[in-house]
Design a protein. Structure first.
Ligand code: TEU
Length: 532
């Protein structure tokens, strides 16, 4: 393997590379297109690795690129050990691994253990084999309720809307059993109680680790175990984002044994990291996922769910630190991803949204732990909320009966250069339309401007990597005026955020970086300063 795998950082006393890494999340469909079909691909990513090196990120997290019919943007996998031709096939992935490593960047892949595509050979075989077959035992097939089995086996809704069950036509041509899909009908849930499922996942992990990847983001890591008897839900959530911790579809205790099994395998690859997508509110339950023999890291979404209000931000930070400190794990920070409205929009949009997103990225980069940057955040892209209905691709749109537009608004392709769509993203027609107003947000427009979002990200990432003031796992809150926040890192960095609508006087110290220009020693509204 290349030398960066050798320098794994797991030797005696050395912190593992991922503990305070900046990960860059690539949503491949939307990053860069190399073949003109309008959908981003690994060839496009390869051409932009120099850009990511310039940005200064330590690692990539590449959303699913395995073979898929693309019913959910690749989260419906029909062959987990091959790269979809849409993304350039296996050769393109091998090139990414090699060239990213040459540039000292780690490569992590998104794996989808909770479900497969309905076109996966296992699911096709399950349909053909009929009830009570070993083929069906890899999924959750059940008879329906009601006299003729015409009602779903329980009342669970799918996260994307509609019931979480679909009835199949049996080999004899009659309507028969139902299968469980917590997400789209094209994503049948796997039954992890079946040892074949774990064995196959082991093969998948080894396949990629042996090819040189540095770890995985595990999709729906909190959903892989199902409760005994698949009981009805007590409360049906009205919106897919408002899930509570007692939702029987997620966070069942059996999930921890599954993560222990996964960790045992990953431990054979000491440089590799496992990062779980874990949606759970309670700290103790969150901490359970990152115990020493489970996941290395888990996404904590508190900050991404927090308004631009100092008390709430402080609570979110404290909460995330507490959740991991109970089990001596590392915190993770994220402001957005491919499922969440972009932060510029969340913080109010326009100039205020931009200013606050700038302030928040400095706050986030000042925190101890790993940081995840979603592609396009470094350009200050807003959500695109006016996509024409005909353009929407998220399965949520159809499944919700056109009541929820879904997540396409945060997945619009990245603008690279030029003054009109498709801004160098593709030579063809982008899979989602790109707003003409993004001319000022292209990489080209921002690269040379010191006051751009892109330059702020570059400076913040570099300072975070090289300055000793960012050392240490802890932080201490400082007294600060109402509407402000201030904390000091063990290494001495002081981070001050001004969320009031007026300038504040900075405390003593040398200014390392600010998210907005100072006037004298005054930090403007909606901005953050780093002092040493
Ligand atoms: O998301 C799992 C998940 O729980 C989210 O779907 C979330 O509740 C929803 O997106 C509302 O924001 C993961 C992936 O991140 C997502 O893109 C996939 O669609 C989903 O799994 C199914 O694989």
């Amino acid at each position: 393997m290349t030398d960066i795998s050798a320098a794994a950082g797991d030797g005696a006393g050395q912190a593992p590379w991922w503990r305070s890494a900046v990960f860059y999340q690539v949503y491949p469909r939307s990053f860069a297109d190399s073949d003109g079909d309008g959908v981003g691909d690994l060839g496009g990513l390869r051409e932009k690795l120099g850009y990511l090196e310039l940005l200064g990120v330590d690692a990539l997290w590449i959303c699913p690129v395995m073979r898929s019919p693309m019913a959910d943007g690749g989260y419906d996998v029909s062959d987990p050990r091959d790269i979809d031709p849409l993304f350039g096939g296996m050769a393109a992935m091998d090139a990414i691994i090699a060239e990213a490593h040459d540039r000292d960047m780690r490569v992590t892949m998104d794996l989808v253990p909770n479900h497969t595509s309905d076109r996966h050979p296992w699911f096709r075989a399950a349909l053909a084999a009929g009830p009570a077959s070993p083929e069906r035992a890899r999924y959750w097939f059940r008879d329906g309720r009601g006299p003729d089995g015409a009602e779903p086996p329980n009342n669970w809704p799918s996260i994307f809307g509609g019931p979480a069950w679909t009835r199949v036509i049996e080999p004899d041509g009659r309507p028969g059993q139902w299968y469980l899909h917590v997400f789209a009908a094209e994503q049948p849930d796997l039954n992890w109680e079946n040892p074949e499922v774990a064995a196959d996942f082991e093969q998948t992990m080894r396949f990629w680790l042996d090819r040189g990847v540095d770890g995985f983001r595990l999709d729906v890591a909190h959903g892989m175990a199902k409760p005994d008897g698949l009981p009805d839900m007590a409360h049906i959530p009205t919106h897919m984002l408002h899930l509570d911790d007692d939702d029987p579809r997620f966070n069942n205790p059996g999930v921890h044994d599954l993560h222990r099994g996964i960790r045992k395998i990953i431990n054979e690859y000491p440089h590799a990291v496992s990062i779980g997508e874990v949606w759970v509110h309670d700290n103790t339950r969150f901490g359970e996922y990152v115990r020493p023999d489970e996941l290395h890291l888990a996404f904590n979404f508190r900050l991404a769910q927090t308004a631009f209000e100092p008390e709430r931000i402080r609570e979110a930070v404290d909460n995330s630190l507490r959740a991991v400190s109970q089990v001596a794990a590392s915190p993770t920070w994220t402001l957005s991803n491919h499922d969440i409205e972009r932060e510029v929009t969340r913080y109010g949009g326009g100039a205020v949204g931009q200013a606050r997103a700038r302030a928040m990225i400095l706050l986030e980069m000042a925190l101890p732990g790993a940081v995840f940057v979603y592609n396009g955040a470094e350009l200050g892209l807003p959500n695109v909320d006016d996509l024409p209905e005909a353009a929407l691709r998220d399965p949520t749109w159809e499944r919700s009966g056109h009541t929820e537009r879904g997540r396409d608004g945060c997945r619009v392709p990245l603008p690279w250069e030029g003054d009109r769509p498709p801004f160098g993203f593709t030579t063809g027609t982008p899979w989602l339309p790109m707003p003409p107003q993004w001319a000022g947000l292209t990489v080209e427009a921002q690269l040379e401007r010191l006051d751009s979002m892109l330059s702020l990200y570059r400076m913040a990432i570099e300072l975070r990597a090289v300055r000793p003031e960012f050392a240490g796992p802890g932080l201490e809150w400082y007294g600060s005026p109402p509407g402000c926040l201030a904390f000091r890192r063990d290494g001495g960095l002081l981070c001050v955020l001004n969320a009031t609508d007026a300038p504040i006087l900075l405390p003593a110290g040398d200014v390392l970086l600010t998210s907005a220009p100072l006037s004298g020693r005054k930090l403007p509204a909606n901005s953050t300063a780093w002092l040493i």
